[in-house]
Design a protein around this ligand. Structure first.
Ligand code: AMP
Length: 404
């Protein structure tokens, strides 16, 4: 992904007066058994963009998906539960249309008054959405005058409402405030990082993080590896890891990456001690151990105390910090200390003036678990989209706005 340039189209200076503005938002929120919203973060994050358009005299037509319906109407995936919450957050009525291309929708969208907000039903009730279908995208496009994409979490998908639709708005397509902010902060990490730059990568499997690590080798000064994936590194260095998670078929990849790190002068830090257990459960016996000398009946489920201290020292000396993936099985209380220690170290480095970006479901969950979100420079909500961006891949939803 190139640096953000003159094609970085933000909504800062756009005239929305009397314009119908189609906004792709991410209202893919978790619902409980009673179809009540259990976390409305994503709705709240979309409010600034919607509000900005409304304040500037525009009307708003919102498009989103929810869950993974099979391609037709399913009540469980209807966006109806969003309506009251959105209405409350915006302080105005929401017009909800069930049928994307029925006469009612066209009539509603053609007769909007300044300040009106329309929410279209779940786009994924139409299989054309995920196929990125051109005819479908054109029909959606016909509803508005301007297109804004503010759904970072789906920016890595080449769907009708996230990518194809942008073709129909040459010169009239923009990044919403949330998406622009994600890109600005990720670019700070990828292209403007102040050294020393430390990336902390954890999580279960090294196979899912190889592309990220490869792309980071040419950017970082320090690479800290934790979580289950650290054991494939330890094994590659000849250590005994017992029953810990190891991807034997990735050992050669790890060796190749380590060699590249040496060539590029990257300092690699892997755990030297671990919390090991005789089962993958909170009821299992557990104790401290050297990380490269684990008996076959035991498995490493967290980083040890010495490793926590060493990792924290490196983090504290860093000007730029990227963190993705837990240091251990932090869902189980006996194995959460490593992840907690790293969360605290990243927060305290940030308080001392470093720039920190934390992304990915589990690391964000850990930051929230310890109420540290306010002490991190930027918490990315992108998940898969963020990982692909850090891998250096072009996101279709981003490219569709940047390229005419
Ligand atoms: P990922 O989605 O790849 O970032 O992996 C996150 C998962 O890795 C979490 O559910 C953790 O429980 C798991 N994990 C972290 N450390 C270990 C470990 N040492 N052994 C097994 N799983 C781990």
């Amino acid at each position: 992904m190139p640096k953000l340039n003159e094609n970085f189209r933000t909504i800062d200076n756009v005239n929305f007066k009397d314009k119908k503005v189609l906004i792709r938002v991410d209202f893919n929120v978790p619902l409980d058994q009673n179809r009540q919203i259990s976390d409305d973060t994503r709705i709240r994050e979309s409010i600034p963009t919607i509000q900005k358009v409304l304040n500037a005299g525009g009307t708003v037509i919102l498009m989103s998906h929810l869950g993974r319906p099979k391609g037709g109407y399913e009540q469980d995936y209807s966006l109806t539960p969003i309506v009251p919450r959105l209405s409350k957050l915006l302080g105005r009525n929401i017009i909800f249309t069930r049928d994307l291309f029925g006469q009612k929708t066209f009539d509603v969208c053609n007769n909007l008054k300044s300040g009106d907000v329309v929410l279209l039903e779940n786009l994924r009730f139409y299989p054309e959405e995920e196929k990125g279908d051109k005819k479908f995208a054109k029909q959606l496009a016909s509803l508005g005058d301007i297109y804004i994409n503010d759904a970072f979490a789906t920016a890595h998908r080449k769907h009708a409402s996230t990518a194809t639709i942008a073709e129909f708005f040459p010169g009239n397509k923009y990044f919403g405030l949330l998406l622009a902010s994600e890109l600005r902060n990720l670019n700070k990490i990828l292209h403007e990082a102040k050294p020393p730059f430390t990336a902390i990568i954890g999580g279960a499997k090294v196979s899912t993080k190889i592309s990220i690590i490869r792309n980071l080798i040419s950017k970082v000064d320090n690479l800290i590896i934790g979580g289950g994936m650290a054991f494939t590194f330890i094994k590659a260095f000849g250590g005994e890891v017992g029953g810990s998670l190891v991807e034997t078929d990735r050992i050669q990849d790890v060796k190749d990456m380590v060699q590249e790190m040496m060539l590029k002068g990257v300092n690699l830090y892997i755990p030297t001690d671990a919390i090991i257990a005789d089962g993958f459960s909170d009821e299992a016996n557990f104790k401290e151990s050297q990380a490269d000398d684990i008996n076959s009946d035991w498995m490493g489920l967290d980083i040890g105390k010495k490793t926590c201290r060493r990792f924290a020292e490196i983090i504290n000396k860093s000007e730029t910090i990227l963190w993705n993936g837990p240091m251990g099985v932090f869902e189980l209380p006996n194995f959460k200390q490593g992840t907690k220690a790293i969360a605290i170290a990243v927060a305290s480095a940030t308080i001392s003036g470093s720039f920190s970006l934390v992304g990915g479901g589990d690391s964000v969950a850990a930051i929230n678990m310890y109420n540290l979100a306010d002490q991190i420079s930027y918490v990315s909500t992108g998940g898969g989209a963020m990982l692909e961006y850090i891998e250096g891949r072009e996101l279709p939803g981003v490219a569709a706005i940047m390229n005419d």
